[in-house]
Write a protein that binds this ligand. Structure first.
Ligand code: BV8
Ligand code: ZN
Length: 272
């Protein structure tokens, strides 16, 4: 039976049930998507197209072909998103996850997000480096040459908007002169092998999974909760939207925002 708690109704009871389940779990995989960062003001992936980029489909821009077709446009989109993240702060949901990781060595974050908000919350909470988040889709803070893959050091400070509104071309690689690209995984590109191996192992080994803020449409990442369920382990989903949760006897939905539900969940786990 899938338990769906509404924010106004039995959310408290559902959180208590989730806390009882997660408290006794030794290994928990926390699987996050763009909804995890929404309460930090970072538009979710499918809402990310604001301003100049509102006329484009993210799935068209987040591809090698999109970059090849218009490097300044795609580079500008990622730089504006990097700036948005640099100006944002981790929200109460990030802090709650970091607090749980600090108290529980078996909690591991696997994220689809390309921001560094989990890292910043973990640093503030003193989470050991061995529990650093696994990034399945790369990071806005890594860049590399599109041709020879040589890493590129992004300049310190905010990327800044071009003065006259014109989009600047991406920097050039010092080794081969190729254009620099964001260090994210585009559609049609393979996920980093090591990250995928870690995520797949965590989904198989965990005693329970906590999924936060993902529409579950992007594969292979979206297959991870189903893998855990297939092994008979429970999955709790935190999302204000009930639609995407799917249904399974071991799948439980906590309907609410990450910044609202996760601190309540962390407190309930601690109070048991
Ligand atoms: C691969 C980085 C194979 C970039 C991202 C045709 C050709 C090629 C591949 C495919 C194809 N057809 C299908 C595929 C597979 C494809 C895919 O899955 N496509 C989908 C769209 C059908 N996958 C791939 O291409 C992957 N690679 O298959 O490679 C291969 C193998 C070997 C060799 C070569 C190739 C690569 C996919 C990675 C794409 N890159 N990101 C960037 O960020 O720009 S994916 C992108 O979507 C982000 O990472 C994002 O995280 C991810 C998933 O989106 P969500 O995180 O779920 O965000 P979304 O906005 O959708 O949902 C937000 C949720 O939060 C909602 O549920 C909302 O209700 C909730 N929410 C809102 N507010 C809150 C909240 N929750 C909690 N609190 C709140 N406050
Ligand atoms: Zn190069």
């Amino acid at each position: 039976m899938t338990t769906t708690a509404t924010a106004s109704g039995d959310l408290g009871a559902a959180i208590a049930r989730a806390a009882a389940g997660l408290r006794t779990a030794r290994r928990v995989m926390v699987f996050t998507g763009a909804g995890m960062s929404a309460d930090s003001g970072i538009a979710t992936f499918r809402d990310a197209m604001t301003g100049l980029w509102s006329q484009f489909d993210p799935q068209a821009l987040a591809t090698p072909a999109g970059f090849d077709a218009d490097p300044p446009l795609v580079w500008g989109w990622y730089e504006s998103r990097r700036q948005q993240v640099m100006l944002a702060t981790p929200n109460a949901g990030h802090a709650a996850v970091a607090q749980l990781q600090r108290q529980r060595p078996g909690w591991q974050v696997v994220t689809q997000n390309v921001d560094d908000l989990h890292e910043r919350a973990a640093a503030a909470a003193g989470v050991p480096p061995g529990q650093a988040p696994v990034h399945l889709h790369g990071s806005l803070f890594a860049a590399r040459c599109h041709h020879c893959a040589r890493p590129f050091s992004l300049p310190p400070g905010l990327p800044g908007e071009p003065a006259d509104g014109r989009l600047l071309p991406p920097p050039r690689c010092a080794a081969c002169g190729g254009p620099v690209r964001p260090g994210v995984v585009w559609f049609g590109e393979a996920l980093p092998r090591a990250a995928w191996k870690q995520a797949d192992a965590a989904a198989r080994a965990c005693d329970a999974m906590l999924v936060v803020g993902t529409s579950g449409v992007v594969y292979p990442a979206a297959g991870l909760p189903a893998l855990t369920l297939s092994l008979g382990r429970p999955v709790w989903v935190v999302d204000p939207d009930a639609a995407g949760a799917g249904s399974h006897p071991q799948l439980h939905h906590l309907q609410g925002r990450a910044a609202e539900v996760l601190p309540l969940l962390a407190a309930a786990i601690a109070s048991g």
